[in-house]
Design a binder for this molecule. Structure first.
Ligand code: KIV
Length: 282
């Protein structure tokens, strides 16, 4: 575990830039090594996102992970014992039916090691949001381009471009804040709308493809590190070419093995004199 003070949902709730707070840095992670590395880098929030489906498990969209996979990967990241707030995504259909089922699923994410859950949608999801909050589990909202709605949206499209859609999104954001969410992710919305929502909400907005005015930013770690197979959307800034580093390193390993250069004497265990002398008798 890192030496930093543990970040809580309560501490994130008051991180409004308008009140002088530093912007919130949030990033995804899906396993223990990345949980440990991003925590050491000092992120405020680690999200075990349902992008797990695409980024780690190779599916085409996020509709292909369920509770089992999410619980498995939240537990893996939590073994890094991060100081950052660990948030687990509720996957599609885990909170759309009965509020009691939403609470049970949120509790599974918490028992796996998260301190909060995130779910997509606005006023239509209030029964689930309220039920989960009433079980004392902090909830992060997610509005705009919500990937679990890919079929309903007709594809991955920037949301809230027209005035009426922008008004609906603002009302959804206000409803989530009034219900008690501690923060809301704004994905794929015009920067002016994100700025308006950020100014109107008493809780932080965390943007992804939502411009610079949000109270925080989130990116998918594999996009940022150059490890994704999917084409990077324009809002992704590459901070490394780790994919190229991995391929080059493994290519050198293959070459060494094939040339008989690996392992060397120093990389081998040696037998005792007795073992060496007696091997012929075996
Ligand atoms: O699942 C995810 O990774 C997310 C982020 C992109 C916000 O929801």
């Amino acid at each position: 575990m890192s030496e930093r003070e543990v970040v809580t949902a309560t501490a994130i709730r008051v991180r409004k830039r308008a009140a002088g707070a530093e912007p919130i840095a949030m990033i995804t992670a899906y396993d223990e090594p990345f949980g440990r590395l991003v925590d050491a880098a000092g992120v405020d929030v680690i999200l075990v996102g349902d992008t797990l489906a695409e980024i780690v498990l190779g599916h085409e969209d996020t509709l292909h992970v369920g509770m089992e996979e999410m619980v498995h990967h939240v537990a893996a990241v939590s073994r890094a014992r991060p100081s950052a707030l660990l948030v687990g995504d509720l996957p599609w259909l885990s909170y759309h039916l009965e509020p009691t089922e939403a609470v049970r699923n949120a509790a599974r994410i918490v028992r796996a090691g998260a301190a909060a859950v995130k779910l997509e949608g606005g006023r239509r999801r209030l029964p689930a949001v309220e039920a989960i909050l009433s079980a004392e589990i902090p909830v992060m909202g997610h509005l705009g381009l919500t990937p679990q709605s890919i079929h309903a949206m007709g594809g991955y499209r920037v949301q809230g471009r027209q005035l009426e859609a922008a008004r609906e999104l603002l009302e959804d954001a206000k409803a989530l804040a009034a219900a008690g969410c501690f923060a809301v992710v704004l994905e794929g919305v015009p920067e002016v709308l994100a700025a308006k929502v950020t100014a109107e909400l008493p809780i932080p907005t965390i943007g992804i493809g939502a411009g610079p005015a949000c109270d925080g930013q989130v990116l998918v770690i594999h996009d940022l590190l150059g490890m994704s197979k999917r084409p990077a959307p324009k809002f992704v800034r590459r901070y490394g070419e780790v994919g190229e580093i991995v391929t080059a390193a493994v290519a050198r390993y293959c070459a060494d093995v094939r040339a008989g250069d690996f392992p060397s004497d120093a990389e081998s265990y040696h037998g005792s004199k007795e073992l060496v002398a007696g091997l012929g008798e075996l």
